[in-house]
Design a protein around this ligand. Structure first.
Ligand code: MN
Length: 423
């Protein structure tokens, strides 16, 4: 039992009702203020707890932490300390923040320096990402895309139920929530033309995804066993894999996504630890036919996390355009990591493994405009009276996620990005 997950815990730091960041969450991120260079912090209510301050002032003594471990622009070195150590630190932070602990609560000077209001910080990318992989693990999404781009009778390719399909993405263009994205330009082949044209994408889309971040380097030639994969995962973030469908459709055969994807992907800034998600485990969909032994795993391997997508046109209010759930994924994260490494591919600290678009069974739960508008055939109606098939310049997409169990609600914070005109 992870003590920091106890539903009975409350904090002396005020946590507003419906906050993503109660004491049971304590996600890690990198932030800066007007006065501080980038450092590590933890979210609690509407505050960020400054881990450099706590470490330098003795509040984390006895944990044998390397000096300066939090005084860095990325969390890689901290998460590389391994699950045992990072879990112990989260447990210690929980102890410091709980209502009946006086160490920080009754030390007004320390308290004021350690807790920084969230509206005074700028959140940055939490990890330096050496490698990024995108899976394709939602059966509903794969079926919908296969139906549209190929044929409903053969929507899933023959390999789909035997292995978690994925591709290697581009790490250099992954940005933190709040970073605007320019509409990409590229080659598009209009349906009525023999030849491709070069122009800004007319079918710009988002993809609702979650991603996990790994906490260790492995040796080339070794594999992560499916039952041990949890020990390699530090935590999860929300992920928007922006996609230009018209560029994608012309370029993707035979090697898969390329310029239709690599112009930008957006990450939420707070890494919610796998530990914090333990109470929200559920069984995934039944897998048939049986998977090969290296992918076989029983038990609660999915997570019940409600996912929402909001579209906000320039100057207008948000419209909810989708409600899905992480639990719908056919392939779980253990299977993804086991498959990724079964051939001897090594993983690295800070690698990002995205789920693929997470669509649910009903049209209101689809995780992309491509599916929601059925490739432009069914426009979505927004609360400001306008309609969309794909994204327009000035539109923002905001992904949000939360899990709720036994009266505890934890969330991920916003994963947002605004579309700017093509350069
Ligand atoms: Mn994707």
């Amino acid at each position: 039992m992870i003590k920091a997950n106890d539903p009975a815990l409350t904090s002396w730091v005020e946590v507003p009702k419906g906050s993503d960041f109660p004491i049971q969450n304590l996600p890690f991120g990198i932030f800066k203020t007007k006065y501080l260079s980038p450092v590590a912090g933890v979210a609690i209510g509407n505050f960020v707890l400054d881990l450099v301050y706590l470490h330098e002032n003795g509040f984390l003594d006895g944990y044998d932490l390397p000096s300066g471990i939090f005084n860095q622009p990325y969390l890689n070195d901290f998460i590389a300390l391994g699950k045992k150590k990072t879990r112990a630190i989260r447990e210690r932070l929980s102890e410091l923040l709980r209502l009946d602990n006086d160490e920080l609560k009754n030390n007004v000077g320390a308290r004021e320096l350690a807790l920084i209001p969230m509206d005074e910080v700028e959140m940055l990318l939490p990890v330096k990402i050496p490698n990024y992989t995108d899976f394709y693990s939602s059966e509903e999404h794969a079926y919908n895309v296969g139906s549209m781009f190929r044929d409903p009778k053969n929507a899933l390719l023959p390999n789909w139920k035997h292995l978690p399909v994925g591709y290697h993405g581009r790490a250099s263009s992954i940005v933190v929530s709040g970073t605007p994205i320019h509409r990409p330009k590229g080659q598009i082949k209009p349906a009525d033309s023999e030849l491709p044209v070069f122009c800004p994408s007319q079918k710009l889309d988002f993809e609702l995804e979650m991603a996990f971040i790994t906490n260790q380097n492995t040796r080339l030639g070794t594999s992560v066993p499916v039952h041990d994969a949890d020990n390699y995962i530090f935590g999860f973030v929300l992920f928007n894999d922006w996609s230009a469908r018209d560029i994608q459709q012309w370029e993707y055969v035979p090697l898969g996504p390329f310029l239709g994807k690599n112009f930008g992907s957006t990450l939420s800034p707070w890494i919610v630890t796998l530990d914090a998600l333990e109470p929200f485990r559920v069984k995934g969909p039944e897998q048939f036919p049986n998977v090969l032994p290296y992918l076989a795993i029983e038990g609660e391997r999915n997570f019940d996390i409600i996912l929402e997508v909001f579209l906000k046109p320039e100057g207008a209010s948000e419209t909810t355009i989708s409600r899905s759930n992480f639990k719908y994924l056919y392939w779980n994260v253990n299977q993804q990591l086991a498959h990724h490494t079964v051939n001897g591919c090594n993983i690295q600290v800070g690698d990002l493994y995205a789920s693929g678009t997470i669509s649910g069974p009903s049209p209101g739960s689809y995780g992309s405009m491509l599916e929601l508008s059925w490739n432009g055939q069914r426009p979505l109606h927004l609360t400001d009276g306008s309609a969309r098939t794909f994204l327009q310049d000035g539109d923002s997409i905001i992904l949000r996620a939360h899990a709720e169990h036994k009266g505890v609600r934890i969330g991920f914070g916003d994963c947002s990005g605004k579309i700017l005109p093509a350069t």
